[in-house]
Design a binder for this molecule. Structure first.
Ligand SMILES: Nc1nc2c(c(=O)[nH]1)N[C@H]1C(S)=C(S)[C@@H](COP(=O)(O)OP(=O)(O)OC[C@H]3O[C@@H](n4cnc5c(N)ncnc54)[C@H](O)[C@@H]3O)O[C@H]1N2
Ligand code: MOO
Length: 339
């Protein structure tokens, strides 16, 4: 701590709060401890009667909390992420696009293992809107050893940024609705509008809806037709569980090159199926997705639209947090479901 004339204090760090009092009008903090004194502050400080202030002498190898927060933010922020000027030593990262928020979890863990360095974020695979706050970076003391910030920068230099937001691609999507009761007109289709609304959110190029009876061959043909039209994504509804007329999994299996999973450790959504035929994702959606606002489908679609190829492990990882609490009203994605 050093006492110096205010005129010489520009760029230096205030050691204490400075109080301003205007009788009958104001009493409060004019400058906060830790504030970096700017040229324009000098006149105000002199008006408050401060010709001298206590400042921290910038020591080799130490960094102020504001600069530390900015350097951490710069290191961890990847594509489509911006960050604010620090406020009270904290900088906030925001998305510039609508898309899928991705986190390198192990790297985030390593960074938070550095003493006094903190980076708190939304969970990965979170569907975000443009402008959404994603994370906050801050160090705990007012001044921190530069070495710690260097380590953050080195880690991110080696492994790439911790965070990115993948914008959604414009995918071509077809819908196949199975079930004799709908095909034969015994009941009206209720699945189409639900799936269409979800696809609209991602601005998909909608290739239309086809109705099929409970007949493996007819369902296979419908899949092939959509593939022929260049579908990136084919959603099939109905017939996903255990009844004798539930034939959709068999039709998907016989058309696919690779089945990722039949069954997901997620409720609602247990009877979900995912496979790939060439580059087209085949998604079998169980009846529950027609009834519940949020199911495993809502966790999978953002990832498909962000261009990811899903693996069995991606589904296994949904188990912890895969049990929906059925809140009223539903706040998904602002909850733990499928994180
Ligand atoms: N014994 C068991 N029963 C059920 C199981 C199970 O493991 N063992 N799983 C349950 C789960 S989980 C789900 S989810 C449901 C639904 O599975 P499905 O996808 O096979 O659905 P469907 O049997 O085809 O239909 C169920 C219900 O929904 C009506 N439906 C279907 N499609 C439409 C449509 N496009 N529009 C309007 N209504 C539709 C259908 O008529 C049935 O009433 O299975 C559980 N049972
Ligand atoms: O596929 Mo079902 O979701 O668990 O009701």
């Amino acid at each position: 701590m050093k006492k110096i004339p205010v005129e010489r204090a520009v760029g230096m760090i205030l050691c204490q709060d400075i109080t301003k009092i205007v009788p009958g009008e104001f009493k409060g903090r004019a400058f906060k401890k830790g504030h970096i004194i700017r040229e324009e502050d000098i006149e105000e400080l002199l008006k408050i009667g401060k010709e001298h202030v206590y400042v921290w002498e910038p020591r080799q190898g130490q960094v102020h909390e504001d600069e530390a927060a900015l350097r951490i933010a710069r290191a961890v922020a990847g594509d489509n992420i911006v960050y604010d000027e620090p406020v009270e030593g904290k900088t906030t990262l925001k998305s510039t696009v609508k898309g899928l928020f991705k986190v390198k979890s192990r790297l985030l863990y390593e960074i938070n293992s550095i003493e006094y360095v903190t980076v708190a974020s939304l969970p990965g695979n979170f569907a975000v809107e443009a402008g959404r706050k994603l994370a906050g970076a801050r160090v705990i003391p007012l001044v921190i050893e530069e070495e710690k910030i260097n380590t953050v920068e080195e880690l991110c230099g080696k492994e790439g940024p911790v965070f990115e937001v993948k914008p959604y691609r414009r995918l071509k999507a077809g819908l196949i609705t199975t079930g004799n009761e709908v095909y034969k007109g015994r009941i009206a289709d209720k699945f189409g509008p639900v799936v269409r609304a979800k696809l609209e959110y991602f601005a998909a190029e909608y290739l239309g809806q086809v109705f099929c009876p409970d007949d493996v061959e007819k369902i296979r043909e419908a899949i092939q037709n959509f593939k022929g039209k260049g579908a990136d994504l084919i959603i099939l509804t109905g017939g996903m569980s255990v009844d004798p007329d539930d034939l959709t999994p068999a039709a998907i299996r016989s058309t696919a090159d690779r089945v990722v999973t039949y069954g997901a450790p997620v409720q609602p959504g247990n009877m979900f199926m995912m496979a790939y035929a060439g580059r087209a994702a085949l998604i079998g959606v169980p009846g529950c997705a027609m009834y519940y606002r949020t199911t495993v489908l809502d966790a999978v679609l953002p990832r498909v639209f962000a261009g990811e190829i899903l693996e069995k492990e991606d589904f296994i990882a949904m188990a912890e947090g895969g049990f929906c609490s059925g809140c009223e009203p539903c706040r998904y994605p602002n909850c733990y479901f499928c994180r």
